[in-house]
Design a protein around this ligand. Structure first.
Ligand SMILES: [Zn+2]
Length: 416
């Protein structure tokens, strides 16, 4: 058992370790990428121009320096949150406000969450209107950007506050086993969101229109039939409202399932290439990657709730950060939330390894479904070029940060 006085030191060490680790990875990746300037990787010498390659290096370096800045801000905010005693103080003040019961703690947690997100607002603004804009990606207006944040906040309040209150209420109802019930509640909530997101949440941010009749639609529906993937509709999302980056995905389950293509994707790729991208997405579905991920995330969140339950039963833990013993479960939830990212950072290579394996499987599925690797390779090349993707990240960097294999790796796998 760790003595309570050691807890804040351990927490600080975790925050600092993540900060130093991320900075080290950024630095490694910058020098590794810079060293390839003027040397387009061999496999791409015919398709990637010297100028595009140079631009992708500049984009990588700019994003990396920005990551250093945000990492420093994030670490400073976390350390401030842990050491300053501001949150216990706010809680004391809030306890005297007259709001009672679980809503008091739910509102406190929600307010603290909002406060913690304030320092990242100017960073997000800079990322969008300076960094992304400098490389020609930004298409967001300031109005849309502000509205997005307001909508996000309202949504977080409408969905998050009742959920928080319910979880805290479970502590009253269920006693020591509350964390199992809280986990089950969260799981039910997440599944509900999976159904609601495509119908109610995503349309708040983007416009979805059915893919118009024509050769592309026929081709994609034929692919759906051939692969046994019966989506009701194929929809086009106005991704160009915010960015020139392109994407495709499917959301929802069963009857609510829909395939979504960004308008930016449609304008960048040929019909064969779009078919291959859709085949890749169907590959994720056919190989059951989504239920696997859901199952895994529910196992990790069960472990997370067990930890919170364990910590909450030890008042010395929250006490070490200035919370009184009567504060109950809420401070343990907050502290767990603050410290989970510095801990999970070190496990990200495992998650990425798994995710990359899924990408290879989906690529292989797409190759088989359209009968050739050429259209998918064409699509991946175009997307990589348009997104100024780094063709040669440092291997350690991609281990920690890349959920998808690099273009070089995917082409090698597709050729084999
Ligand atoms: Zn994929």
């Amino acid at each position: 058992m760790i003595p309570a006085s050691f807890t804040p030191i351990l927490a600080t060490a975790l925050v600092v370790a993540q900060w130093v680790g991320s900075m080290g990875l950024e630095r490694l990746n910058r020098s590794h990428t810079e060293a390839t300037r003027g040397k387009v990787p061999e496999a791409f010498q015919e398709t990637v121009s010297e100028a595009t390659h140079a631009k992708s290096i500049d984009y990588t370096l700019a994003k990396s320096r920005f990551a250093d800045l945000s990492g420093a801000v994030e670490a400073a905010v976390l350390l401030m949150a842990l050491w300053s005693g501001v949150f216990p103080m706010l809680r004391e003040a809030w306890v005297g406000s007259g709001v009672g019961g679980v809503w008091r703690d739910a509102l406190w947690l929600f307010g603290v969450g909002m406060l913690l997100s304030v320092p990242s607002i100017p960073l997000e603004w800079w990322a969008q209107f300076r960094l992304e804009a400098r490389f020609g990606f930004n298409t967001t207006t300031v109005g849309t950007w502000i509205l997005d944040r307001v909508k996000g906040m309202i949504l977080a309040a409408v969905l998050g506050l009742p959920l928080l209150a319910l979880i805290l209420k479970l502590v009253d109802w269920m006693g020591g086993a509350w964390w199992i019930w809280a986990w089950a509640t969260l799981l039910g909530f997440q599944i509900l969101i999976l159904f609601l997101a495509p119908v109610w949440i995503m349309p708040l941010f983007n416009k979805f229109t059915p893919l118009p009749e024509g050769s592309l639609r026929d081709r994609l529906l034929r692919l759906g039939e051939k692969t046994g993937f019966n989506a009701r509709t194929i929809q086009v999302m106005d991704g160009s409202k915010r960015s020139r980056h392109a994407n495709a995905f499917f959301t929802g389950f069963g009857r609510f399932r829909k395939i979504v293509l960004y308008d930016t994707l449609i304008s960048q790729l040929s019909e064969e290439e779009l078919e291959a991208v859709l085949a890749h997405e169907i590959g994720h579905h056919r190989r059951r990657h989504i239920p696997q991920r859901l199952a895994w995330s529910s196992v990790t969140s069960l472990a997370g709730f067990w930890v919170v339950g364990w910590l909450a039963a030890r008042p010395g833990f929250a006490g070490a950060f200035g919370f009184g013993a009567e504060a109950g479960v809420a401070p343990a939830l907050l502290l767990f939330g603050l410290l989970s990212s510095p801990v999970l950072f070190w496990f990200s290579p495992l998650g990425n390894l798994w995710s990359r394996r899924h990408e290879y499987e989906a690529d292989a599925y797409a190759k088989a479904a359209v009968g050739s690797a050429i259209p998918l390779m064409g699509a991946l090349r175009k997307l990589s070029e348009k997104n100024l993707a780094n063709l040669t990240p440092h291997p350690w960097y991609s281990t920690f940060h890349y959920s998808h294999p690099t273009l070089v790796e995917r082409e090698a796998a597709l050729r084999s």
